[in-house]
Design a protein around this ligand. Structure first.
Ligand SMILES: Nc1ncnc2c1ncn2[C@@H]1O[C@H](COP(=O)(O)OP(=O)(O)OP(=O)(O)O)[C@@H](O)[C@H]1O
Ligand SMILES: [Mg+2]
Length: 484
């Protein structure tokens, strides 16, 4: 038995690689991945419209490559995918740079410079040349207008890499017209939106990187609205996968009545509220899937406030079937049940806020957590903090008291909750639904009675209860029940 070599022909392979399925935004994100891995702090993406001579460049100030490294980097399969990578490496397959670029353009030029070097090493893939020669041959320089323009901008850099894509035949498919130009810039705007989502964790935080598109800095888009007071946040959970952990953090976004029109539109993201619910799968902090229930649950209207941050590390790539484009992931069998449970709890919590009813939303998570001091509840669309009555210390102390004293402690805790600064300062819409909210009315009446029993006059008790933000506007209904 002999081994016969079967080297793939360059022309058909390079042409097939053009159809891996990237879009403009996923392609650019893949190239930006490389810049982030190279520790760039500044990345400039420039799109230039010149009809057939249009080009896009991506320039970074990362650690760059020497001539040999650049040559290797330009090979299809630059690195072995099964080799371990560090946890800040956004790459895996040794393909992204080429497959992303070829899906948009026929000419890819990469220049790179190491710190302390005066020369920039250059390699160029020109698909027309590969197809004509049927050989995997690269140029080591370029003299096109696009390259000259790009290199001019790169002059001030001590180190870094510049990627230039010309002959954008897959991006610019129309002849010149005002509409064609408009569509081009619309796609660039969509790309900006995508990058601000995919890289939001790099664009914010302690040492943020900066990404510019044609000179304008991209702002991060946080799917979890962490800056909004009304966002509800569950305790982080860890799902074991062998000797590694998947970190999961559930957020329930505010009811729409808590948001301005602008906030609501922005939070809807690129695909809208319905589509953007579910797990947000991050690989080494880079978002790869923006909202999925992994076919375990359906996306539905009441579930649209649930967004769950799920952190994977690069070592999990094969178990999670991460693809070359870094745009899909699928949970392995050993974690599916746990992931499904978390998904159900989040959808249910979202449903409660969506329907604007009072309910302790993270009850199920808190059940095992008797050590938490505060619990969050969503009441009339507002996040209300309650003291955990199941806290072991409180429970133990109350069992040592007689019934009357235990009741007084409970009433006093209700007062603390009602007048705690974070609850007292709650503002927002109070609809007439308030009086129809039976559960809430019952709790207000109970509270008044407890205060009366504790020695308050009915009028004082009512006044105290009405000062609590969640009971706002319920005076008539409470008076009616208390007959005062
Ligand atoms: N901007 C850059 N700065 C420094 N090195 C780079 C840069 N871009 C690419 N490289 C080098 O080129 C290699 C090949 O890049 P490419 O994107 O093709 O594959 P990868 O990042 O290793 O894996 P993946 O296919 O998953 O993206 C990288 O591993 C890196 O060593
Ligand atoms: Mg890469």
């Amino acid at each position: 038995m002999n081994l016969k070599s079967a080297i793939p022909d360059a022309a058909p392979l390079v042409l097939s690689l053009r159809s891996v399925g990237y879009t403009l935004e996923t392609a650019i994100a893949d190239i930006v991945d490389n810049s982030i891995t190279a520790k760039a702090t500044e990345i400039h993406i420039d799109a230039n419209w010149h009809e057939n001579a249009s080009f896009i460049s991506i320039m970074d100030n990362g650690y760059g490559m020497n001539d040999d490294e650049l040559h290797q980097a330009m090979k299809i399969g630059a690195k072995n995918p099964i080799m371990p990578r560090t946890h800040d490496d956004l790459g895996r397959f040794g393909m992204g740079l080429k497959t992303a670029a070829f899906s948009l353009c026929k000419r890819l030029t990469v220049g790179s410079k190491l710190l302390g070097e005066s020369t920039i090493c250059v390699r160029v893939w020109d698909i027309d040349n590969v197809v004509n020669s049927n050989k995997w041959e690269l140029f080591d320089d370029s003299s096109t207008y696009a390259w000259k323009e790009a290199i001019r901008k790169f002059e001030g850099y001590n180190q870094g890499t510049i990627v230039v894509m010309e002959k954008l035949d897959r991006l610019i498919t129309e002849k010149y017209s005002d509409q064609a130009v408009g569509r081009f810039w619309q796609r660039i705007a969509d790309m900006e939106r995508h990058l601000s989502m995919v890289f939001h964790r790099f664009l914010s935080g302690a040492n943020p990187i900066q990404i510019f598109i044609n000179g304008t800095k991209i702002e991060p888009w946080d799917p979890f609205m962490r800056n909004s007071f009304a966002t509800q946040e569950f305790r982080e959970e860890f799902v074991e996968m062998g000797d590694k952990n998947i970190r999961i953090h559930t957020f329930i976004l505010p009811h729409h009545s808590k948001l301005s029109v602008k906030e609501y539109d922005e939070a809807g993201g690129a695909s809208g509220w319905l589509e953007q619910q579910g797990f947000y799968v991050y690989r080494n902090k880079r978002l790869i899937v923006p909202g999925t229930w992994f076919k375990m649950l359906r996306k539905n209207e009441p579930g649209q406030l649930a967004r769950i941050q799920m952190d994977l590390i690069g070592d999990m790539d094969f178990d999670w079937k991460i693809d070359v484009k870094k745009s899909s992931a699928s949970p392995p069998a050993i974690v599916r049940e746990k992931v499904r449970r978390i998904a159900r709890i989040a959808q249910e919590a979202s449903r409660k806020v969506y329907y604007y009813r009072g309910a302790v939303i993270n009850q199920q998570v808190k059940i095992e957590d008797n050590d938490a001091i505060w619990e969050q509840a969503s009441i009339r669309g507002r996040t209300f903090f309650r003291i955990n009555r199941n806290h072991n210390l409180l429970k133990e102390a109350c069992t040592a008291l007689n019934a009357d004293a235990a009741k007084k402690v409970n009433t006093f805790i209700s007062l603390i909750e009602g007048f705690a600064p974070m609850n007292a300062s709650l503002t927002g819409p109070v609809s007439s639904e308030a009086t129809q909210d039976h559960e809430l009315l019952e709790s207000a009446v109970r509270f008044c009675n407890d205060l009366i029993e504790a020695g308050y006059s009915p009028c004082e008790a009512l006044r105290k209860v009405l000062q609590i933000s969640i009971y706002e506007g319920m005076d008539a209904a409470i008076k009616d029940r208390l007959k005062i």
